[in-house]
Design a binder for this molecule. Structure first.
Ligand SMILES: Nc1nc2c(c(=O)[nH]1)N[C@H]1C(S)=C(S)[C@@H](COP(=O)(O)O)O[C@H]1N2
Ligand SMILES: [Mo]
Length: 375
């Protein structure tokens, strides 16, 4: 009996179209109920349009891109990847050489740590399948010299940065500690969604750091350097730094931390009316790879209701779609807000939660985000 129902479920799953992954039984005639607190359009910039969210894999046209020094154009014929610094065997790899190595795929959600910081920057997140070669074995082949503590990754993109009143030409750079860099999920990726990386997403090679904010996913990689000191470049130590106050009985302690792993987060994406008169409220939730425990929804001043999360999501690093069917919606104005909780019991905070109330920078904006609609 149990075996039979598992087989039926597996059959149903294989027949399920990918476009509606996570939203079981979508109806042909669903009617979208637009939010009344419209997010302003972000012209000339791909972003997730939440009210249109039906595809678990983000289509290319909706995938945001960030390049601080302007997008780089790389000639793959002339390009190579250098591994240098405190390694026993410095090496250089061509693209063919990288592609000849062991191939691995991972479906992972990429979020800019500035996402959610303002109504015009709410869709800088996307979910897709990446393919490349694992970083760890390549680093181990090069070998670490004594004293090595960090691995720094540099893109081909460069710009003059002002540091203490002078200007210096710098490449985009980020680092990971050796322990973090050896995490076996990190890839040197050359494919996004089954195709070579598009130029704006880092062609020919980029870093995939599942569970970390986008800033760590260095694009247009050209040099990996092993260091015996902490890398203090702009994107580690001066920018992408979160400043947060912690209230103590007699003082406030200010902390400055570099943006690293993603914070547990959920968003209400859309509301549709179904033929039986119910409203289906749906959205997405993601974590740093810690399993997602639940997503709850609050309607107006009601209590938190647990939503249905899509248990078919096999990658811990990919977002999970959730939904709740409001069977007998009342007419009038309504406010919706969602919150996600991970398996460690960490709950997505509200904006006035002491954990983030005194956050002074806009990075890591994972506060609950209320939406309004009217029926
Ligand atoms: N070389 C390089 N890599 C980079 C950046 C950059 O400006 N230069 N921006 C980072 C930031 S801040 C983010 S959010 C992600 C965005 O990845 P995407 O453009 O593929 O969406 O790339 C990261 N990698
Ligand atoms: Mo970012």
């Amino acid at each position: 009996m149990i075996k039979g129902s598992v087989a039926t479920a597996a059959l149903a799953l294989s027949q399920f179209p990918l476009r509606s992954f996570g939203l079981p039984e979508p109806e042909e005639n669903e009617i979208l109920i637009p939010f009344t607190d419209k997010l302003p359009a972000t012209p000339n910039r791909p972003m997730i349009q939440w009210e249109q969210l039906t595809e678990w894999m983000t289509p290319e046209k909706d995938f945001f891109a960030v390049s601080h020094y302007g997008p780089a154009k790389v000639d793959a014929e002339k390009w190579n990847l250098e591994v240098s610094g405190l390694v026993k065997h410095p090496k250089t790899f061509s693209l063919a050489g990288i592609k000849a190595r062991k191939r691995r795929e991972i479906t992972a959600t990429l979020e800019c740590s500035g996402n959610g910081s303002s109504p015009t920057f709410m869709g800088a997140v996307g979910n897709t399948k990446w393919a490349g070669t694992p970083l760890g074995p390549l680093l181990k082949e090069c070998g670490f010299q004594k004293g090595a503590i960090e691995v720094a990754f540099f893109g081909t993109d460069e710009k003059k940065e002002k540091i203490k009143d002078n200007e210096y030409l710098q490449n985009f750079g980020r680092s990971l500690t050796i322990a973090d860099a050896l995490d076996d999920r990190i890839l040197l990726a050359y494919e996004m969604n089954g195709k070579p990386l598009p130029p704006e997403h880092g062609f020919p090679l980029r870093l995939i750091v599942p569970g970390w904010y986008g800033v760590a996913w260095v694009k247009w990689l050209k040099r990996i350097e092993v260091l015996d000191h902490r890398f203090m470049g702009r994107f580690m130590a001066r920018d992408y730094v979160t400043i947060r106050g912690e209230e103590r009985p007699d003082c406030t302690i200010w902390r400055e931390t570099s943006v690293t792993k993603m914070n547990v987060k959920s968003v209400v994406a859309r509301v549709v009316r179904r033929s039986d008169g119910s409203l289906r409220i749906s959205g997405a939730a993601w974590t740093d790879g810690t399993p997602l425990e639940r997503v709850e929804l609050k309607i107006d001043d009601g209590s938190w209701i647990e939503t249905h999360t899509d248990k078919r999501n096999q990658s811990k690093y990919a977002w999970t779609f959730w939904h709740y069917d409001w069977q007998h919606p009342l007419s009038g104005e309504h406010t919706l807000v969602s919150r996600a909780t991970d398996a460690n019991g960490v709950i997505q905070p509200s904006a006035d939660d002491p954990r983030i109330k005194l956050k002074k920078t806009y990075y890591e904006a994972n506060q609950q985000y209320p939406r309004k609609f009217s029926i």
